[in-house]
Design a protein around this ligand. Structure first.
Ligand code: ASP
Length: 579
């Protein structure tokens, strides 16, 4: 016995005259007063079954019971459809199966939604994910995800990387998120942390002489969930020994190209453009700029020193955008609201109308020199933000993106890949007032910046690089510190005592002292990469069983309380949520 001879989407005119068995789900049943038509579906497509009471009375009787999503098995003869019933929209549309024997293999309760319903509530889709995943778009997304992962693996193997598994249960790894903790029954009171990434293990593998490591790794980070973030996610994690930065970027560019090609998309040209962090934040107000359009930010700080306009004169940074549209008062008011939402105190402007006349409440305060520096073509507006540098960057970066979308400046369909290089090594943690890492504490300073670690952390640059696609950060990496003394200085600069450093990273500092080669690597976030390749705005569309923003899994109902005995065994007492 076979369940099926052929899949539902496969029969063509060549099979006419053959007797075949098909199995699949009932996508639709139409009763034409006697003749029953059933669309039988599997992931390959749909085949029309025709049940004729004269040909098979038993099948016709049973066919009355069929409802959507019943699993059926049908044997019959493949016949050509009459010319007026050929369906050119279906690959199987020239044929149909005249059923001789029908079996209901499995029934379905009434469905919470129909598979072809549009706009089904996402909570419902996730609660009944097994149904949702039967839909064509979800089948396509998950299958193309598998295709991309296979291409990535092939590319990595071709480039000489070795796939090595590293533990999920480990000691906390600092990637800037909270750890998920796992209690240990055999050691009550002790906890594992789920790996935020395999960072230290992959560095240990370099010290162990593995040269080129990779893994499709699962990472766990306790952060708020968003459209592009889940508690657990997968990344292509890799590390090389004795690399130059270019070696690492080269590996990734090959992987990106192979991924595009695997799903039939035109691969972006190599090498991807490179941009320093300083250039990115100056010209685009972002460390992950969308380069599908220009609208570059310009600096007006120098020219406004000593300005009559007090707002400019009093601000440490003055920057502006020249927008190719003469905005009305109403439009300017809306833009100011956006600017304020991003932290600006106000939004100064010069509007240059079609006749070249300048409209602006601030023009009268500006010197000829300033006006010359801000001269804009007729039909445009100059928008200024004057404040501390981070505020100026944030606000103008947000306005640039908003206007790019609003004015249709973004070249849709273009794939702008680029690297952002030379990030700062440290940033100030607003809460603690201490220096903390930008990437993670294992990132090497840029050549010549070692001595800034303790003397001038604000200006120390690092060998950290990010890969950006159309304004999305696909991943991060760096050349690492391979000397224990430098590593200890970085920990110290972050306010960590020797004791703390040794409790958290003692084993690793020791490893660095036993012949650590120079090394560096990268991690490419797969969920976002695959979602973008599939044209999906939300990573949940490329994850089989994702969680919702509350952190819950609507399918299983997890997380849930656990029985008291289980907690006792682990030595855990749960405080009343009220207390
Ligand atoms: N461990 C880093 C991350 O997960 C990537 C890297 O530096 O290789 O983002």
């Amino acid at each position: 016995m076979t369940w099926r001879d052929i899949r539902c989407g496969e029969p063509r005119a060549e099979q006419v005259g053959r007797t075949l068995t098909l199995a699949g789900w009932a996508a639709r049943r139409r009763d034409h007063g006697g003749l029953v038509f059933v669309d039988l579906r599997d992931h390959t497509g749909v085949m029309q079954l025709v049940v004729n009471p004269e040909r098979s009375p038993a099948a016709a009787e049973l066919a009355k019971e069929i409802r959507n999503e019943f699993v059926l098995r049908a044997t019959g003869e493949v016949v050509a459809r009459s010319p007026d019933t050929v369906n050119p929209r279906m690959p199987t549309g020239e044929v149909e199966l005249l059923v001789d024997a029908l079996e209901i293999v499995s029934r379905s309760t009434p469905l919470p939604f129909q598979l072809d319903d549009e706009g089904v509530d996402e909570g419902l889709r996730l609660r009944y994910r097994w149904l949702d995943l039967r839909r064509e778009s979800m089948q396509r997304n998950l299958r193309s995800r598998a295709t991309v992962v296979a291409a990535i693996r092939r590319s990595m193997e071709e480039q000489g990387f070795v796939d090595i598994w590293t533990p999920g249960l480990t000691l906390g790894t600092p990637e800037g998120a909270r750890d998920f903790l796992v209690p240990v029954r055999l050691q009550p009171g002790n906890f594992f942390a789920l790996a935020q990434s395999p960072q230290l293990f992959k560095q240990a593998l370099m010290i162990a002489g593995f040269d080129r490591y990779y893994q499709i790794a699962t990472c766990w980070r306790d952060e708020d969930l968003r459209a592009d973030r889940q508690f657990e996610f997968r990344q292509l994690d890799l590390e090389l020994a004795f690399p130059t930065r270019e070696d690492v970027l080269d590996v990734l560019e090959k992987v990106v190209r192979a991924s595009f090609e695997s799903v039939g998309l035109e691969a972006p040209e190599r090498p991807f453009p490179r941009l320093s962090y300083a250039e990115a934040t100056l010209s685009y107000g972002s460390d992950k700029p969308d380069l599908r359009f220009g609208l570059e930010i310009q600096d007006g700080t120098e020219v406004t020193r000593g300005s009559e306009f007090a707002v400019f004169a009093g601000a440490s940074t003055v920057r502006f955008l020249v927008v190719p549209q003469a905005f009305s008062r109403g439009e300017l008011a809306k833009l100011e609201t956006i600017a304020k939402e991003w932290g600006a105190k106000g939004l100064a402007y010069l509007v240059c109308d079609q006749e070249g006349e300048v409209r602006s409440p601030i023009a009268k305060f500006l010197s000829p020199n300033e006006l010359a520096a801000f001269a804009a073509p007729p039909g445009s507006t100059v928008l200024f933000v004057a404040d501390e540098r981070p505020v100026v960057e944030r606000v103008l970066g947000a306005l640039r993106l908003h206007l790019g979308r609003e004015l249709g400046l973004i070249e849709e369909g273009r794939n702008a890949f680029h690297w952002v290089l030379d990030f700062p090594l440290f940033q100030l943690d607003e809460d603690s007032g201490k220096w903390t890492f930008v990437h993670h504490p294992f990132t090497s300073p840029l050549a010549g910046h070692d001595e800034l670690i303790d003397r001038d952390p604000a200006n120390a640059l690092s060998q950290h690089y990010d890969l950006i696609w159309n304004g999305w950060e696909l991943g991060s990496g760096s050349i690492r510190i391979h000397r224990s003394d430098v590593q200890q200085r970085v920990f110290r600069a972050m306010g960590m005592t020797e004791e703390e450093a040794s409790t958290k990273f003692g084993w690793f500092l020791e490893a660095l002292q036993m012949g650590a080669p120079p090394h560096g690597g990268f991690a490419l976030g797969l969920d976002r990469f695959v979602a973008l390749l599939a044209g999906e705005p939300n990573i949940r569309e490329v994850i089989a069983f994702p969680k919702v923003s509350s952190g819950a899994d609507p399918l299983t109902g997890a997380p849930t309380p656990v029985p008291a005995e289980q907690l006792d065994e682990l030595g855990i007492r749960v405080l009343d949520a009220e207390s």
